[in-house]
Design a protein around this ligand. Structure first.
Ligand code: F6P
Length: 541
């Protein structure tokens, strides 16, 4: 069954939110804190190793109530059920969205077209884990009998960003195998890597849901040619494995059928790291850690599907985001993890969030007249503090921030960790409280500089404090943001699980590629034509 297709702005609860916004828009969080010493406790969620403080937001108890009323009026609970039940909620592609089934525990059944898909998922997972453990132990060897030392994941978008992010984030749990990721069609990317590798000890994983993506196939072919320069066609199947829904194309490329790890159409590319796309993760950190990673996500699924909305982490984060996006007019959100291991978390979320909710046609086929997808950006603290935080503190734009930090350091360097986390807490405190002009006046010797030193504060932040970065907590953290994507797309009445917007560029690139071969550049707008002519003359010179 399709999702409800209701314009959110026409609901009574949206109108109530609008009125409420007019009432409180000028209120300062500093005063809300001063007026209520228990404010923090009222806007906190504790779940397993997660402590989520959302008290530093421009909200009151009434705001949360009205936001939850809105979610209820939109029948969010019904939407969540359809999402987990595998209804055809990706209507424009006529597909279910079942990445949650990939982490469902053994024994649970998830029906798709009347059949339980969990046993099939478990079977692929068993193969992934077996393959990973044989690679790690050296049981699987290259054509010359040498053990593998380097694994290269070739993919792009969801077939790259997810596994790369998780492998990086879980580096602490990694084994001896060297993991590499190649995504960009820029030939310099793969050439830089290949020049450092030994074909006899390198395994390539070609990851492409469709096995039709130009960048991935071009990179995979370059890798194959490089491999064949010093080996033979007979050696190829031992060094190339594939993850895809398109078994036939993978076999045509030269991968043997036994080395194809299948995935299904009901898993979207940007949500696919739980599927066979996660093979690199299982290889990098071992099957047990991979299992824990899935378990963490599964437990977050249960929290999301069963917890009251006002204590439900993904729902609360979604509603707050809608509050700023649609009422305060905030255009962007910043995500700042205070762990260098989460460096790739931001580009990963950029695809997840912006490819999903960057839409302007609603579920009735009409143009929306309200804002949808937020722009996501960020960087790791404390690097970000020394780069763009100035704008968040004193710029003209309202930028809600999610701070993500861990109570325990992985390598036990307490001194570093205390400094890191002191900064973590200080930033949201500064964003909340700002700096009082009167205090500045009384202390300042340079009167001219006083207004420049003023911080208004009142800048909204969520703080997600997690006990420790483990495979399990990472799985849960990712699942929070996945569900946030679903909730926001659902409430904005858009389709989150297609990505038609990226297709046109791909088609035009195909046309331009043939124009570059025929050197016929007049078939474009004048700007593109003149750029192509300039490129053509430069490349020839
Ligand atoms: O171009 C966007 C996209 O379709 C993503 O959604 C997807 O993750 C990526 O391309 C890669 O697709 P594939 O896994 O089929 O190569």
């Amino acid at each position: 069954m399709a999702l409800l297709a209701q314009n959110p702005t026409e609901t009574a609860s949206w109108k109530a939110l609008q009125n409420h916004f007019e009432e409180i828009k000028l209120q300062k969080m500093q005063n809300l804190f001063a007026d209520d010493e228990h404010r923090a406790e009222k806007f906190q969620i504790e779940w397993q190793d997660f402590f989520v403080d959302f008290s530093k937001n421009r909200i009151t108890g009434k705001t949360v109530k009205l936001l939850v009323d809105f979610a209820n009026e939109m029948n969010l609970a019904g939407g969540i059920k359809k999402y987990f039940d595998g209804d055809l909620i990706n209507q424009t592609e006529n597909r279910s969205v079942l990445h949650t089934a990939l982490r469902a525990p053994r024994g649970k059944s998830v029906l798709f077209e009347g059949l339980d898909i969990v046993p099939g998922i478990q079977e692929v997972k068993y193969r992934i884990k077996q393959f990973a453990s044989d690679l790690i132990s050296g049981n699987i060897k290259g054509y010359s009998g040498l053990e593998f030392t380097d694994i290269v994941n070739i993919g792009i978008g969801g077939s790259d960003l997810g596994p790369q992010m998780a492998v990086d984030a879980l580096h602490f749990y990694k084994n001896h195998l060297q993991m590499h990721f190649v995504s960009n069609i820029d030939g310099d990317h793969i050439h830089e890597l290949l020049s450092k590798l030994n074909p006899a000890t390198t395994l390539f994983i070609v990851v492409s849901k469709t096995f039709g993506t130009q960048e991935t196939l071009t990179n995979a072919t370059t890798a194959k040619d490089w491999f064949l320069e010093s080996t033979s066609v007979e050696a190829l199947p031992k060094h190339f494995v594939a993850v895809s829904t398109n078994e036939e194309a993978a076999m045509q490329f030269g991968v043997s059928q036994t080395n194809i790890f299948p995935m299904d159409n009901w898993v979207g590319g940007r949500f696919s790291l739980w599927s066979a796309v996660g093979l690199s993760i299982a290889i990098a950190v071992g099957p047990d850690n991979f299992e824990e990673f899935l378990e963490g996500a599964c437990e977050m699924d249960i929290h999301f599907a069963t917890t009251d909305f006002n204590q439900n982490i993904p729902v609360i984060l979604s509603l707050l985001s809608i509050w700023y996006n649609n009422f305060y007019g905030a255009e962007t959100e910043s995500i700042i993890p205070y762990s260098q291991y989460l460096d790739k978390f931001i580009p990963y979320l950029q695809q997840g969030i912006m490819e999903s909710n960057g839409k302007s046609i609603d579920r009735n086929g009409k143009s929306v007249e309200y804002q949808t997808g937020t722009i996501i950006w960020g960087g790791t603290g404390s690097n970000a503090q020394h780069a763009f935080f100035q704008l968040i503190h004193q710029g003209t734009k309202l930028i809600p921030v999610d701070f993500i930090g861990y109570s325990q350091p992985l390598h036990g360097n307490v001194e570093h960790h205390n400094i890191l986390m002191a900064n973590f807490f200080a930033q949201s405190e500064a964003l909340l409280n700002g700096r009082n002009l009167d205090d500045l006046k009384s202390s300042s010797e340079n009167w001219f500089a006083t207004p420049y030193k003023y911080f208004e504060g009142n800048k909204p932040t969520n703080t997600i404090l997690i006990k420790k970065l483990t495979p399990k907590s990472l799985g849960a953290l990712i699942a929070i943001y996945e569900h946030k994507i679903f909730v926001q797309g659902y409430l904005w009445n858009i389709f989150s699980f297609d990505q038609w917007g990226v297709e046109l560029g791909k088609e035009l690139a195909g046309n331009i590629l043939s124009d570059l071969e025929t050197r016929d550049f007049d078939n474009h707008d004048s700007s593109t034509s003149s750029l192509l002519k300039k490129f053509n003359s430069d490349r020839m010179s």
